[in-house]
Design a protein around this ligand. Sequence first.
Ligand code: ADP
Ligand code: MG
Length: 260
Amino acid sequence: MSELDIRDLKVSIEGKQILNGVNLNVKQGEVHAIMGPNGTGKSTLAYTLMGHPSYIVDSGKVTFKGKDLLDMPVDERSRLGLFLAFQYPVSIPGVTVANFLRTAVNARRKAMNPEDKGIAIPEFRKLLMEKMAVLKMDSSFAGRYLNEGFSGGEKKRAEVLQMAVLQPEIAILDETDSGLDIDALRIVSEGVNLLRSQNIGVLLITHYQRMLNYVKPDVVHIMMGGAIVESGGADLALHLEEQGYDWVREKYENGVPSIS
Ligand code: ADP
Ligand code: MG
C-alpha cells in the first residue's frame, strides 16, 4: 500500500525556519485536507515534498512507499507515484498538453519497466480523450501549448487532467481551488473525486472550505505557525468556516508542533 509518512519535519527557506515539526500520515484512498491562514507554511510543505531546491530540510523524515523521499531526486519522486499540482503552474510554450502528457506517461512507464517502448499514439489518444470527457474539457485543449494563455480555471483543469492521465498514488493539490468560479470548482472537484475512486491518496491544501463541499475529506488538519496543530473530521472544516482561524491563533500563538 502507498503511504506518505511525514515525521517531525523542519524546513527553512533563506535561513528562516518555516516548518516547525510537521507530522502527517496519508494512506492511499484517503483524502486529507490541510487548512490554515496564509503564510503558515502550507505551500512550503508541498514544495518540500516535491523536492524544490530552495527549501532546506533541517531535520525530520519523510517516507513514501517505505522509501526515504527526501533522498530521492525530484523525477524519481514523481516516477514513484507522487504528484504535485502547483498553486502557480508554469507555462511551457511550444509543448502541447497532449505531448507533455504523453512524455510524462512514457517516463513513468519506462521507470516501471526499462524495456517499455512507450504508449502507442492511438492508445494514448483514447486515454486522453476519455479523461478529458470526464473533466468536460473540449478536445481542442489537447493541442494547446501547456498553460500558455490558459485562464485560471483552465490551468487547474489541466492539472487535474495530468493527474487523471498519470494516475499517481498520492497527489498533493496546493490551492487547486483558488481562482475558480463555481462551475470550474465543481468540475475540478469531480476530477478529484474520480481519482479518489481509483484509490489514490490526496493531500488537499486549501485556504477555503468551499472545495470541501464537493470533495469530502476523511481528515482535516489545521496548520498554524509551521506545524499541524489540530486534526479532526470533515466537521472541523465547517467549524473553521463559521469561526475563522482566530480561535486557533489564540490557542497556538507561536505555533506548537503537533504530537502524533
Ligand atoms: P502558505 O502556503 O501557508 O500561505 P507559504 O509556505 O507559502 O505559506 O509561506 C510560509 C512562509 O514562508 C511565509 O512567511 C513566506 O513569506 C515564507 N516564504 C515562502 N517562500 C519564500 C521564499 N521563496 N523566500 C523567503 N520566504 C519565503
Ligand atoms: Mg500557499
